[in-house]
Design a protein around this ligand. Structure first.
Ligand code: GTP
Ligand code: SPV
Ligand code: MN
Length: 581
């Protein structure tokens, strides 16, 4: 097979020759094709079948123990000028990066099948969607891309019509961490990834295309590509209002996107609809509002912590047609991870007999891959080619102290500053130390394809074109007490904060002014039905001394991005500094 697009055929031929692939397979995305791939992987041991009675069509993949997370230190943005990649990215000159990657890819697919994976990010008929083709030698990547994107014939037809597509080239190579690179060439609409088979390193439609390349494209075209969930909140009057939220990796996007409201809310008729859990493309609309599509078609979600109490919607979708990566198994071969209420692990994620001395049974960054359509709260708006209108944008982090449960930005510019100043404790989603507070502006530190200074300027520019901009809020579900326990119950109870946020967006409730933004009154968050009243005073406390230090730290952080930082952000920060006194 081949395509009607000469440029695509030429590229595939050239890669097949260079990598010396044994065979070329063009993916059509069909069920039969998937079946064959699964069987191949069962035969090679790439996949293991899980209990077909409890988990039909569910499989376990164990990745190499040294290949379990994104590798930010090996991820590069190769713009012609170093300055354009910014201090937020690793940079390599395009010619040097190409030479390096050409060396690694030479002959790397000998004996292997080269899969050509055409995909569409976003609804297949949306003007906001963008297409790509990933060439990979990993059948696991193909099976994941089939769940995560609109993959196959329809995407190929769109690519042939449009003539342009992002070229993603991927090989697992020999999985040697010292020969692992994730390279982006935004000007060439190209990605090259070598030496990893894991998640965001290998599923090139996700972080590489839909965030790094797309953010770069979006800047030129007047839109935003963001690391955000999209959720619809239906009130008792039947109105659905949409919220987008940027939280860093493993900080609660998937959970918020599919929360089930507390009983006291459900009784009144509140419902939650899931549009997306990780990536959001935002377009200014003719009506002056911001419209969002989810470019993805599935979830690559964190398994640990997903339980019947915390995220029952997720649990319900994971018992059919799901690929699990690096979870543990029970004696009857059901998938298991920390945070499940039932079952006992017998084999850990490395296939060893489970022994707590070796650490957790499931890897902390173990994941599930599943189609969004399996989610009980799936919103059909996820297929709407025009997207959904956004009322509120949330910036959230994982912070034991300082950041209150919720804080409203005064206006768009202040909101952009709140996003630019975001900080969060690091998680297992990327290799490196866990629990260190680092700045992660807009949850995009690992994902913005260009200089953060330019990115904030672009945010301000997009805002200036909106006559009905969303309100911007900061949230923090992770504040802890002196004993290290979370003060806020979180999960479904985050609905209580969303209610306040939406009431603010529609001028239905007052807020209290503080030097750093607007706060709910201590009794403004509805606590009906909570067994224990959380310490709301502590959750909403703004400590002037702590914030003075924070404002200085944010100022220094902005300074690291130099003269490209819009002056409006420094001015807004200056006003906050004065107000704190
Ligand atoms: P990525 O897929 O890496 O981008 O992560 P994410 O932002 O989608 O995070 P996710 O919702 O998967 O949550 C990550 C971890 O945080 C899980 O272990 C959750 O159980 C936990 N978590 C999510 N929401 C809350 C919350 O409201 N409170 C607390 N305490 N933990 C939460
Ligand atoms: C993240 O790390 O933010 C993820 C997982 O969503 S990955 O696909 O590996 O990027
Ligand atoms: Mn993510």
């Amino acid at each position: 097979m081949s395509s009607k697009l000469q440029a695509l055929n030429d590229w595939v031929d050239q890669v097949a020759t260079h990598t010396r692939a044994a065979r070329v397979h063009w993916c059509d995305g069909s069920a039969a094709e998937n079946r064959t791939l699964i069987e191949t992987m069962l035969a090679t041991g790439d996949l293991e079948e899980l209990n077909p009675e409890t988990h039909p069509d569910c499989y376990l993949h164990r990745s190499d123990p040294a290949d379990v997370a994104r590798v930010e230190h090996l991820t590069y943005v190769c713009t012609p000028r170093e300055d354009d990649a910014g201090p937020n990215n690793n940079w390599m000159a395009p010619a040097e990066a190409h030479a390096l990657m050409n060396g690694l890819f030479a002959g790397c697919m000998e004996g292997r099948t080269l899969y050509v994976v055409p995909y569409c990010m976003g609804p297949i008929d949306s003007p906001f969607s963008r297409c790509g083709v990933e060439i990979t030698d990993s059948p696991y990547v193909v099976a994941n891309m089939r769940l995560m994107t609109r993959m196959g014939s329809e995407a190929l037809a769109r690519i042939e019509r449009e003539g342009t597509f992002v070229k993603g080239l991927h090989s697992t190579g020999d999985l040697d961490p010292d020969r692992r690179y994730i390279m982006h060439f935004p000007d060439e609409l190209a990605i090259q990834s070598f030496g990893s088979g894991y998640g965001g390193n290998a599923l090139l439609g996700k972080k590489c295309h839909a965030l790094r390349i797309a953010s770069y494209q979006a800047r030129g075209e007047g839109w935003l590509a963001e690391h955000m969930l999209i959720v619809g909140i239906e009130n008792p009057a039947g109105e659905i209002r949409y919220v987008a939220g940027a939280f860093p990796s493993a900080c609660g996007k998937t959970n918020l996107a599919m929360l089930i409201p507390p009983e006291a809310y459900r009784e009144k008729g509140w419902k939650v609809w899931t549009v997306g859990d990780d990536i959001c493309w935002l377009q200014p609309g003719e009506d002056g509002r911001l419209w969002a599509i989810n470019p993805e078609a599935g979830f690559f979600g964190v398994a640990p912590g997903t339980g019947a109490k915390t995220n029952p919607n997720a649990l319900a979708m994971l018992d059919d047609d799901t690929i699990f990566t690096n979870v543990a198994v029970t004696d009857d071969n059901q998938p298991w991870w920390e945070g499940l209420d039932e079952g006992t692990p017998v084999k850990d994620w490395r296939n060893r007999p489970f022994d707590p001395k070796n650490g957790p049974a499931a890897h902390p960054n173990s994941r599930f891959t599943v189609s969004i359509k399996r989610c009980p709260s799936y919103s059909e708006q996820a297929e709407n080619p025009n997207g959904v209108p956004i009322d509120a944008i949330l910036f959230g982090g994982r912070r034991a102290g300082l950041a209150p449960l919720v804080l409203e930005a005064r206006d768009w510019t202040h909101g952009v500053l709140v996003g630019a100043g975001m900080a969060s404790e690091t998680t297992a989603a990327a290799t490196g130390q866990v629990g260190i507070v680092r700045r992660d502006p807009m949850a995009m530190k690992p994902f913005c394809g260009y200089h953060f200074g330019d990115y904030w300027a672009h945010w301000l520019d997009v805002g200036s074109r909106l006559t009905r901009p969303p309100k911007i809020f900061q949230v923090n579900w992770f504040r802890r007490d002196a004993d290290g326990r979370f003060i806020w119950p979180g999960f479904s109870d985050n609905m209580r904060v969303l209610e306040w946020i939406l009431a603010r967006c529609h001028d239905e409730i007052d807020a209290i002014d503080s030097p750093v933004g607007r706060l709910p009154a201590a009794d403004a968050i509805n606590l009906d039905g909570l067994e224990q009243r959380p310490d709301m005073e502590e959750l909403l406390r703004i400590d002037p001394a702590e914030w003075r230090t924070e404002v200085e730290a944010i100022g220094q952080h902005l300074d690291t991005y130099g003269s490209r930082v819009p002056s409006a952000l420094r001015e807004t920060l200056g006003r906050i500094r004065e107000a704190i006194g």
